[in-house]
Write a protein that binds this ligand. Structure first.
Ligand code: FAD
Length: 458
């Protein structure tokens, strides 16, 4: 072990090889419920070349490694396991270049997402990736988990923003694929191997991201609906008429909406009486007045057609923030006593209500004192389920029931957060044998010693 320390220190210098009490507790666990553990060492390379050298050392000695970005992951992927050395990207941080003509941004993988968002804004451009962990999560972690967030409907997940990247393989090989062009079909698109593979195939060290122009105006409305079919009708109509300006389509089932308003009494119910479903719609445009009129006219058409039964259009930024506070009340709900399951899953849009009904029935039949709440980015197939129970010990069984039902409905066990360690046992409910076998082949080819994020994903 001493030799290993010496080898790491020769590459990184003593201050960047930490062990024992020198390692801050924030490296023991990500934000998930995976059990925390201190890594054997914490290594902090500050360049791709040093990262390459320490990986090569680990590989030659079969030393398992856990990759750490901002530690905000929710699947336990960055949480150390027994005998692992943690490699943190925190010193590989900063914007390398912004190209305002090509609208691209190149950055080191450890850079916090918010730093990149702010850098883009200085050029009147946006990096259209946003999530509540923006201040802490790193762009490398975002890419490794193919993060989603609130901009997916318009711009897609992190994958669709990545033009190029640089990754270091388990044996230390540096794969420089820092492409800046939208079109490049010269051979395999290698960056895709590393996007969403949760650090199991290589460590992302830099990335090139596609920026977008800013919209001039944002319009927001909170709507009430009677049934799920109306939600589908409105979604399809808005997709047709609002096109790329439709940037938010957040559905809340009545149970979720009511519970948030109970927990946040400062937020009165803006409708005064209850409805089965609520919809938060956001539309962005460039001509402020014209886009406001167009948005209002589309809402009016949907009311005339009977799909929307009530509509409140935000008259100010404060109104819009209030509507979003209801949607974002999940933060407060998760702090309540009795949450035994919090799932982030995907389903075919037309099956989402059938799934929620069947789940409610199953939970009612099999468990006592259950309350299940639903909300989600329906347009992205994404449903969140939160289950409360007086019996914490039912949590694991409830989770398995939910996962099995997702399998039955042909859904995905994780929509955004990834598999990590927490969903690994359920992977076969969403992926078939041939798919999992191909994942293993890729892992074997790129990391034959299985040192990178061992035991995660597959
Ligand atoms: P980490 O937690 O450090 O790591 C996550 C995984 O990626 C681990 O497996 C790790 O080993 C690997 N990894 C990290 N860096 C690299 C790298 N450079 N190269 C290779 N592998 C690497 N996620 C969403 O998708 N959408 C949301 O809306 C969302 N909201 C969130 C809100 C909150 C309050 C919190 C706490 C989390 C949320 N998340 C969300 C989850 C989390 O923020 C994302 O998964 C984020 O992308 C993780 O980035 P990170 O830098 O913190 O990664």
């Amino acid at each position: 072990m001493d030799n290993l320390v010496d080898a790491f220190e020769r590459v990184l210098g003593r201050p960047n090889v930490l062990f024992g009490k020198e390692i801050s507790a924030r490296h023991f666990s990500d934000w998930s419920l995976a059990p925390a553990l201190a890594p054997d060492f914490l290594l902090r390379p500050n360049s791709t070349e040093k990262l390459s050298k320490i990986l090569s050392i680990c590989n030659s000695r079969n030393q398992p490694v856990v990759v750490q970005g901002g530690m905000t992951g929710l699947a336990g992927g960055a949480t150390p396991q027994s005998r692992e050395v943690a490699i943190s990207l925190e010193l590989m941080s900063g914007v390398q270049e912004i190209d305002p003509v090509g609208m691209t941004l190149s950055a080191f993988a450890g850079t916090p997402l918010q730093v990149l968002q702010e850098a883009a804004m200085q050029y009147n451009l946006v990096l259209p990736l946003d999530l509540a962990a923006r201040g802490s999560c790193s762009i490398g972690g975002n890419i490794a988990t193919n993060a989603g967030g609130t901009e997916v409907l318009r711009y897609g997940m992190a994958r669709s923003l990545v033009l190029g990247l640089e990754a270091v393989l388990a044996d230390g090989t540096i794969v420089n694929s820092m492409n800046k062009m939208v079109k490049n079909n010269s051979g395999y698109d290698l960056k895709q191997l590393f996007i969403g593979s949760e650090g199991t195939l290589g460590i992302i060290s830099r990335a090139v991201l596609q920026l977008q122009p800013q919209f001039q105006a944002t319009h927001t409305a909170l709507c009430a609906l009677n049934d799920y079919q109306s939600i589908i009708e409105v979604l399809n109509a808005f997709k047709r008429c609002l096109g790329g300006g439709l940037t938010g389509f957040e559905v809340m089932w009545a149970g979720y909406y009511r519970r948030v308003l109970e927990v946040l009494p400062s937020l009165d119910d803006p409708f005064g009486h209850q409805h089965p479903f609520y919809l938060l719609v956001e539309y962005k445009g460039n001509r402020v007045e014209e886009s406001a009129e167009w948005f209002a006219s589309q809402l009016y058409h949907q009311m005339e057609a009977g799909f929307l039964v009530d509509v409140l259009v935000a008259k100010s930024q404060q109104d819009a923030q209030k509507f979003w506070r209801i949607r974002d009340g999940i933060g407060e709900l998760l702090n309540l006593k009795g949450v035994v399951s919090n799932q982030d899953i995907s389903l075919p849009i037309h099956l989402i209500e059938d799934f929620s009904q069947e789940l409610l029935m199953e939970l009612d039949d099999n468990y006592e004192g259950i309350d299940a709440l639903f909300f989600g980015h329906i347009a992205d197939n994404n449903l969140h389920t939160v289950v409360f129970s007086d019996r914490a010990e039912d949590g694991r069984a409830i989770e398995r029931d939910i996962m099995e039902l997702i399998g039955k409905f042909g859904g995905a066990i994780t929509a955004e957060h990834g598999v990590g360690v927490l969903k690994k046992d359920y992977l076969s409910l969403s992926r078939n044998d041939a798919e999992i076998a191909l994942m293993r082949t890729l892992k074997q080819a790129l990391d034959p010693g299985n040192i990178l994020n061992r035991g995660r994903v597959i």
